[in-house]
Design a protein around this ligand. Structure first.
Ligand SMILES: Nc1ncnc2c1ncn2[C@@H]1O[C@H](COP(=O)(O)OP(=O)(O)O)[C@@H](O)[C@H]1O
Length: 190
């Protein structure tokens, strides 16, 4: 089983690349952002709770996110591996994921970061906001808040995975195909 964490700032292209990688490596793609948006669209209790945080560009509380993610993994017992996209985003989420996977005699194989400059990413998100309908992509202040959340809470995860010898970074600027190729090179050499 291979379990990959796709890591990167908002707008870095995690979702786009996950679409290609999941087919290529037969992985189950779990995007916490997509799962939250699905719940919001369907008016579930989880969706109502998550929306209050997401709309402001804040992270949804760890206990809620961790429980949801674990349920998604449990719902895919025959998976050949997982591609985690947007999770973990805090140190407690990363620790909880390790403990949870260990309870299934599994572990994270690698964390791959898509790297790109902040100003390019903000422009990408504002552009996406014109068509995505995502409230968190339409307001520069909310976007900046997501970067602040990333810098404070998510960036420290790089050290966590580096210490475990599981951190890889690829240049996230280029065509979609070029970036898929860069990610594939890392995965093929794991
Ligand atoms: N692991 C997580 N922990 C807490 N909140 C999350 C997590 N994943 C997604 N969210 C919430 O969903 C929002 C959108 O996430 P996502 O679709 O991954 O977008 P992006 O990476 O472009 O910011 C986040 O800003 C946050 O509010």
């Amino acid at each position: 089983m291979i379990n990959i964490v796709l890591f990167g700032k908002p707008g870095a292209g995690k979702g786009t690349q996950a679409e290609f990688l999941k087919g290529k490596y037969n992985l189950t793609h779990l995007s916490t952002g997509d799962i939250f948006r699905y719940n919001i669209k369907n008016g579930t209790d989880l969706g109502k709770l998550a929306q209050t945080f997401m709309d402001q560009g804040e992270l949804v509380p760890d206990d809620v996110t961790i429980k949801m993610l674990q349920a998604e993994v449990d719902n895919n017992p025959n998976s050949a591996g997982f591609l985690f996209d947007g999770f973990p985003r805090t140190l407690s989420q990363a620790e909880a994921l390790d403990v949870f996977l260990a309870s299934k005699s599994e572990s994270i194989t690698a964390t791959i970061a898509l790297e790109a400059d902040d100003e390019i990413l903000v422009a990408r998100l504002l552009d996406r906001g014109k068509t995505s309908g995502r409230p968190d992509d339409q307001d520069e202040e909310k976007i900046r808040n997501r970067y602040q959340e990333y810098n404070e809470k998510t960036a420290p995860l790089m050290g966590y995975y580096k210490e475990q010898g599981k951190f890889y970074a690829v240049n996230g600027i280029g065509s979609i195909d070029e970036i898929t190729l860069r990610l594939s090179e890392v995965i093929d050499n794991l």
